[in-house]
Design a protein around this ligand. Sequence first.
Ligand SMILES: NC(=O)c1ccc[n+]([C@@H]2O[C@H](COP(=O)([O-])OP(=O)(O)OC[C@H]3O[C@@H](n4cnc5c(N)ncnc54)[C@H](OP(=O)(O)O)[C@@H]3O)[C@@H](O)[C@H]2O)c1
Length: 291
Amino acid sequence: MGFPSPITSFHTSAYPAIDPTLATLSSKGKNIVITGGGAGIGSEIAKASAQSGAVSIALLGRTEKTLLATKQTIEDESKATTVRTYVADITSAKDLDHSISAHTKEFGKLHVLVANNGFLPLKQSIIESSLEEWYEGFEVNVKGNYNLVRALLLHATADAAVLSINTVLAHMAYIPGMSSYLALTIATAKSFEYLHYEHPSLFVLSINPGSIKTAMNAKAVGSWEPYPYDNIDLPASFLVWAASNEAKFLNGKFVWAQWDVDELKKMADMIRGTENFTFGLLGWPKGRTTN
Ligand SMILES: NC(=O)c1ccc[n+]([C@@H]2O[C@H](COP(=O)([O-])OP(=O)(O)OC[C@H]3O[C@@H](n4cnc5c(N)ncnc54)[C@H](OP(=O)(O)O)[C@@H]3O)[C@@H](O)[C@H]2O)c1
């Protein structure tokens, strides 16, 4: 299946320009927080960040076992990185304040936040759904990221990178049964866009990670047809690139991990400071205003 794309090179796995071990993408000296860091995409982002030289990584999530497993893998492979795990529910402001203050107290201010927590509601029409299932994603993504950003702002460097894992579905047309997920992912994208405007010294970017075989994705199988899978090393490496100086022209935008970064860099002037790659009303007529 083909997607519409602003670039011609569309990747399904990591490639040399986003190799986390490149000196130009180095995370040396950076303290990085990753929510949902024990499993799936978050765990791989943590491993790639360690390969890139992060000095410390805070892994947040509710499941201690998976957090500890990711920590062990990183500490075996990347001796320069210290990993701390924090059992935290993103919907609890108290859990986040506690985790983020504890990490900052030990390592100093935070340089990168990866908001990777997520919940995929069952594919059901509004009338078929229960409020609990329909609304849970708003708790985990919308309220959760609100808590997360407020905790982060107290403890981040002025130019910290805030990377939100979102989804392609946020800007796709009507998909039956997906009212909750599409609504919450647009709400999430808009919240991060506002963070960008309210704190212009930060670097804020929303990212579609691709279609990756994970526990969350498994919930979708049989419920809606998944697109062909991308390799999990693609979003992991792309996130390291997104936190580097090379991506600065994308501040405040929404991009896909599959888009070739060299092609994106060539488009910097038509992206930076424009409304391109943001959410809005389709078909808005140019140059026409009310009187
Ligand atoms: N896989 C895909 O194809 C795909 C496509 C587009 C977007 N995404 C996005 O990618 C992100 C990662 O998902 P994934 O595919 O890697 O699935 P996953 O393996 O199921 O990861 C979801 C993560 O979110 C964490 N989480 C969920 N509820 C939480 C809560 N209340 N508090 C703290 N952490 C919570 C989970 O940790 P605990 O359960 O331990 O708390 C888990 O680590 C999500 O935001 C998802 O929407 C994935």
